[in-house]
Ligand binder design. Structure first.
Ligand code: MV4
Length: 651
């Protein structure tokens, strides 16, 4: 009987595995890097061992440190999660050599599926449909050029050691082939240390449909339906759902039985995913097999009612599969999205910072898998996924409606996320019609407003001014002097806006330039402001952090900084002389040194953020007393960069 499980991973998957393991009576051991010392998975585990510094090569990829943690704590099995060492056959072998049960497939299966060429040959022999192409052993460019003539164009050149879109090139015509082969080979050598190439006929606008398979050590193998993962951006899955809106019952059975044959052909054990390309005529072709539990496994759990981590642990213990094929039934529909700390309005740049508030929505059929909570910082060391948000419904539309509502009501204050972008996809008509293929984000959805910077509307400015005033005197904030006009300055997306607030009673009239907006404060508690706007009572969530204010309303979220009382840059000699970063970013140039005399308005440092350059200028004349940064440094909003001492005013 296995008793103590070490989870060789971090974040949401570590938390998720710990939850199931504890419910089954296992003791749990977490491993963590120095950057994760206060992480949720460490808190939830019974024991935890620090395995090294933040960088993954020295911690989560440090097999020796992980095995040493298992030895020290007396763990008897290891769950690798996904990513990191989860598909590293040497690690699987090292676990066994150390007397540990590796919760995953045999090394031989991991190795076979790590080679596109060898796995395709094995699949053909197992009667699994593969994309027509050429998989000669270490084929030369000349051999491949000859083979291409029989395949036809367009075709795909793929690195045998590649995967997930890496090392893949689309070749439209014969004239481009020779050059593409050369480049593909050198890229493969560079990226994977293996320059073996294969050719495949290109499947146009395919869907990505994958089958969840499970096998035990007694020769049983079953499939648990499919997942449609066609909505992807740069080979990163964005939306996953089960069942696929495109798959018929016949296609499901044909793909499922092919996936089971694939598992049996490589003496598989445990959880596996067989990925297929599906063309518009519902032909399906083996793409690759992932020998791990996938990120998107929750949608399968929700429609089958099975806990796949519990299945993994049962198989690892040598038990037979919990269910036979005809006991597996699919009920309802589940859709998952990945909530990321990234900014879709600025090229999806990763975001870092403190999560002042992370508040999942509540409601029927909702599930959040997350490894973070309010107060955590999002570091640049790891994948910036904050949570998986999953909704189940009896129908696909009910699942979609619940997921859109959940995304609109999920609050993340402190770090920009892709929340609005995700809600727009799920609400989109093409997606709603089940017509999203792998090209969806680049075609039907490519002009969506969630992927470009948005100016704050006057209504959002008014809400910001209203929420800012709540901290001030009087109920509803601001001074009680009737109908006084209060000028305020808000910094929004790096720009300072002058806004005028006129208050009388609970009514607020806000103007910016020639735009005006009127609203009435109906009630407010900490974090929730209720207003009457155009005769409609609306809710606005907000969070105040120093002079920063984060707000969420009408499905949108934004932040402003109250700079009313800060000296305006350029005002004569009133600057503090303490120049801070106006946002998270990277220092790309430092133009001054300690001791230098500088003029007011002189550029001292160049900060790069959101793919733009932001000059940091002297806010008063003086002498540089300290330079606290250097080119190349990652800095956080409000971090002190340069100090200027005040030279005596010349009389
Ligand atoms: C293909 C293909 C079309 N024809 N192979 C392979 C790895 C995967 N992430 C991308 N891959 C593709 N292989 C042939 N013969 C199209 C893709 C593809 C794709 C596949 C699934 C999901 C999203 C995709 C996005 C671009 C290309």
């Amino acid at each position: 009987m296995l008793k103590k499980l070490l989870i060789a991973n971090r974040g949401e998957i570590a938390v998720r595995v710990i939850r199931t393991a504890k419910s089954l009576g296992y003791r749990t051991v977490a491993v963590y890097s120095e950057a994760d010392a206060n992480a949720l998975h460490v808190e939830l585990a019974d024991e935890a061992v620090c395995i090294g510094p933040a960088q993954v090569s020295a911690s989560y990829l440090n097999a020796e440190a992980i095995l040493e943690a298992a030895r020290k704590t007396g763990a008897d099995c290891v769950h690798p999660g996904y990513g990191f060492l989860s598909e590293n056959s040497a690690f699987a072998r090292a676990c066994k050599d150390a007397g540990l049960i590796f919760v995953g497939p045999p090394e031989s299966a991991i190795e076979l599926m790590g080679s596109k060429r060898r796995s395709k040959i094995a699949m053909q022999e197992a009667g699994v449909p593969v994309v027509p192409g050429y998989e000669g052993d270490n084929a030369s460019d000349d051999e491949l050029i000859r083979a291409a003539a029989d395949i036809g164009y367009p075709l795909m050149v793929k690195a045998s050691a590649g995967g997930g879109g890496r090392g893949m090139r689309l070749v439209e015509s014969e004239t481009e082939l020779a050059d593409n082969l050369k480049r593909a080979r050198s890229e493969a050598k560079q990226a994977f240390g293996d320059d073996e190439l294969i050719l495949e006929k290109a499947v146009i606008e395919p869907r990505h449909v994958e089958i969840q398979v499970f096998a035990d050590r007694h020769g049983n193998a079953v499939y648990l339906g499919e997942r449609d993962c066609s909505v992807q951006r740069r080979h990163q899955k964005v939306v996953e759902e089960a069942p696929s809106p495109f798959v018929t019952a016949e296609l499901r059975q044909a793909m499922g039985e092919a996936a089971v044959r694939a598992a049996l052909a490589c003496s598989y054990e445990g959880a596996g995913t067989v990925e297929f390309l599906v063309d518009k005529d519902r032909n399906f072709y083996f793409l690759e097999m992932n020998t791990r539990l996938q990120v998107e496994h929750p949608v399968t759990e929700l429609i089958t009612g099975q806990d796949l981590v519990a299945w993994q642990l049962a198989v690892a213990e040598g038990q037979a599969l919990p269910l036979g094929q005809d006991e597996i039934t699919l009920n309802g529909h589940a859709i998952e999205v990945r909530l990321y700390a990234e900014d879709p309005a600025h090229g999806f740049t990763p975001q870092t910072g403190t999560l002042h508030q992370f508040q999942p929505a509540e409601g029927e059929g909702l599930r959040y898998d997350t490894g973070i909570r309010s107060g955590d910082t999002v570091s640049p060391h790891y994948d910036p996924m904050l949570a998986k948000v999953i909704a189940w419904g009896q129908t696909r539309d009910e699942a979609r409606r619940r997921l859109v509502r959940a995304l609109e009501d999920t609050t993340v204050f402190g770090v920009t996320t892709n929340r609005w972008f995700l809600s727009r996809i799920i609400a989109d008509d093409t997606f709603g019609a089940g017509e999203a293929t792998t090209g969806f984000l680049q075609t039907a959805f490519s002009a969506d407003p969630s992927m470009s910077p948005q100016q704050l509307s006057i209504r959002e400015l008014a809400l910001s001014a209203c929420a800012l005033g709540l901290g001030n005197s009087g109920q509803g904030g601001w001074s009680n002097a009737p109908a006084t006009v209060i000028p305020i300055k808000l910094e929004v997306q790096g720009e300072t806006l002058e806004v005028k607030v006129r208050k009388s009673g609970h009514s607020l009239s806000v103007s910016h330039g020639d735009e005006h907006h009127h609203l009435v404060v109906q009630s407010h508690t900490d974090g929730l402001l209720c207003i009457i706007d155009n005769g409609i009572r609306q809710r606005c969530q907000y969070h105040r952090e120093g002079d920063s204010l984060y707000l969420q309303a009408f499905g949108q979220s934004w932040s402003v900084r109250d700079v009313t009382h800060q000296p305006a840059a350029g005002s004569a000699g009133t600057g503090s002389g303490k120049l801070q970063a106006s946002m998270d970013g990277a220092i790309i140039d430092v133009l001054v040194a300690e001791g230098e005399t500088v003029e007011q308005g002189q550029t001292l440092v160049i900060l790069e953020a959101m793919k733009m350059e932001h000059p940091v200028k002297a806010d008063r004349p003086g002498v540089v007393a300290g330079v606290h940064t250097r080119a190349g440094e990652q800095v956080r909003r409000s971090q002190l960069l340069v100090e200027i001492t005040v030279t005596e005013e010349k009389t």
